[in-house]
Design a protein around this ligand. Structure first.
Ligand code: GAR
Length: 208
């Protein structure tokens, strides 16, 4: 059984998609054991509470330095002894020591087709604003393993979504979530939970 710890910062719709997929059996061999938020007001924490999932908040704001936060954050994660850490809209930079310790055991959902519209400064609505201002006709989402770079780790799954003529960043964000993120994030967890993902030479191999 894959024990999953989900890290969140906001509304938690991706967390909800994972919870629903586990509860309905679309994701197998998986248990969500905990949720950590850096934001005590994140609605994601209420979603965890409603589903009886243990949760806590830990924020860089509570600590005098980033180094101190990084140390306590890693300790907080280690308490769960997770098999997999899922970044589901988590907007804090993952400490290098955590990446090292959990190599190829941290995944992230990013709301674009990497390598487009990713890297420092591209998160949430900003990604969709940039896509619309560039005038691309196809966008999408990516699930990838987390390495030391920003959105540079091995790609696990991607799904494309069409841009429509009247799209606003908000409308496009919602469509990318509905048609891509909420599908490929649970799917990636299911693949990992069932031993179907390996990493070779910085790329994933999916064993179907
Ligand atoms: C999602 O669109 C996710 O892809 C994005 O934040 C949103 C969180 O929504 N993540 C990033 O931009 C990471 N770079 P949610 O809290 O409703 O799941």
């Amino acid at each position: 059984m894959l024990e999953v710890l989900v890290l969140v910062s906001g509304g938690g719709t991706n967390l909800q998609a994972i919870i629903d997929a586990v509860e309905t059996g679309m994701v197998t061999n998986t248990r969500i054991t905990g949720v950590i938020s850096n934001n005590k007001n994140a609605y994601a924490l209420e979603r965890a509470e409603k589903h009886g999932i243990a949760h806590r908040c830990i924020s860089p704001k509570e600590f005098a330095s980033r180094e101190e936060f990084n140390e306590k954050f890693l300790e907080a994660v280690d308490v769960w002894k997770p098999d997999l850490i899922v970044l589901a809209g988590f907007l804090v930079v993952i400490p290098p020591a955590m990446i090292e310790k959990y190599r190829n055991r941290i995944i992230n959902i990013h709301p674009s087709l990497i390598p487009s519209f990713c890297g420092t400064g591209f998160y949430g609505l900003k990604v969709h604003e940039a896509a619309l201002s560039r005038g691309v006709k196809v966008v999408g989402a990516t699930v990838h393993f987390v390495d030391e770079g920003t959105d540079t780790g091995p790609i696990i799954l991607q799904k494309a979504v069409d841009v429509e003529p009247q799209d606003t960043p908000e409308v496009l964000q919602k469509r990318v979530m509905e048609q891509a993120e909420w599908k490929i994030l649970p799917k990636a967890i299911d693949l990992i939970a069932n031993g179907k993902v390996s990493v070779q030479d910085g790329k994933t191999v999916i064993h179907l």
